[in-house]
Design a protein around this ligand. Structure first.
Ligand code: AMP
Length: 348
């Protein structure tokens, strides 16, 4: 069977885990990353260090590979488009254009007739002052915010002046959802209506960073079905190939809202490595490289705990039980709020 050499843009933990999954399938990987210390270099067959706008380095990357995928969505769109002219980029770059901007993303989800929280585009102070019917709300930058970065909680109009906002950026104001729980659906699309869909995962955040993910999610069957259905509607509409994740809110009245789409493997899906016969990473490699799809089977329940910042020191060198799986991302520097590793505990 033809096995392409796979280029992966981004060399963090997701790039590392993609490379490991590829190795299992006998697929060579070359990681391209703008971080000289990227942990992915310990797992890929080859590593190229370069900026995401360095055309010479990107050309060198293209010579070495047959097709390209990525571990994060915020690669400059122009870079992805240019690369796509040399070697096919999967998932398709047009998808990044939508999800790189929270406003385009929410407009797209609503165009698919799926529910999001109420939102409005904010370009200046006047817009914000005129939007008090959205409060309490979260003001988020339209681009480049993740893990709560670039987000401001606004309870009422009096707080606006205290925020010292700079309007050299564009924002979206989102009405706060009265959360009962948060879930995500990870799926892999192989082509028209061909899916491996994992069961919804229940997620708990601390300081807006994912801390715990667990299956089964404590949700009604109707929400379980609806979230899987909505995730596949979005994937179909995007003509998505590979693994992606849809994050949802469930409010106290059991209404479902799409929060965001991650066009890549996802932190909440790490537990699929131990809880399913095929992990989200292996499924991604299979789908983008055109390898056969295997029927997805859940093996056990599981809980994943993210090790953030100094948490990692408590676990390095620790002895684990047979049902506990420790993953050290081998990041050179421990930083506050940085995801350093995770543990998955399986339950039979
Ligand atoms: P985000 O960066 O948009 O994924 O937001 C990070 C986290 O902030 C989410 O997982 C929620 O816990 C919280 N959050 C974001 N937007 C909202 C919202 N509109 N209503 C309630 N909670 C939110």
């Amino acid at each position: 069977m033809y096995k392409p050499v796979l280029g992966i843009i981004g060399g963090g933990q997701l790039g590392s885990m993609l490379s490991q999954a590829a190795k299992k399938l006998d697929i060579r990987t070359v990681i391209y990353c703008d971080d000289l210390d990227a942990p992915g270099q310990h797992f890929a067959d080859e590593f190229i260090f370069g900026r995401y706008d360095d055309n010479n380095k990107l050309r060198e990357f293209c010579y070495k590979i047959d097709l390209i995928t990525f571990e994060f969505e915020n690669i400059p769109f122009e870079t992805l488009e240019n690369l796509n002219k040399e070697k096919k980029v999967i998932p398709y770059p047009k998808i990044n254009k939508i999800v790189q901007n929270r406003l385009f993303e929410k407009d797209f989800i609503n165009k698919c007739d799926l529910r999001t929280t109420k939102y409005v585009y904010i370009k200046n102070l006047k817009d914000l002052e005129a939007s008090d019917n959205y409060f309490p709300a979260l003001l988020k930058t339209c681009t480049l915010g993740y893990d709560g970065k670039g987000q401001f909680r606004i309870e009422n109009s009096d707080q606006i002046s205290k925020l010292n906002l700079e309007f050299n950026k564009e924002y979206i104001l989102e009405k706060l959802v009265n959360l009962k729980t948060e879930i995500s659906v990870v799926l892999t699309r192989y082509g028209h209506q061909r899916y491996s869909i994992y069961d919804p995962i229940e997620n708990k955040h601390e300081e807006q960073i994912l801390k715990y993910s667990e299956i089964p999610a404590k949700i009604d069957n109707s929400i379980l079905e609806k979230s899987k259905d909505w995730a596949s509607i979005l994937a179909e509409e995007l003509d998505y190939i590979g693994t992606m994740c849809v994050e949802f809110f469930v409010d106290i009245n059991d209404n479902l809202y799409v929060n965001e789409i991650a066009p890549r493997v996802h932190n909440s899906g790490h537990l699929t490595i131990n809880a399913y016969n095929v992990s989200q990473f292996e499924n991604h490699i299979r789908a983008v490289c055109g390898i056969e799809k295997i029927e997805l089977k859940k093996i056990c329940d599981a809980k994943m705990i993210n090790l953030i910042g100094n948490d990692i020191h408590l676990y390095k060198g620790k002895k684990f039980n047979d049902n506990e799986f420790f993953y050290d991302y081998l990041k050179k520097e421990v930083k506050e709020k940085r995801k350093m590793g995770h543990i998955t505990i399986i339950k039979n």
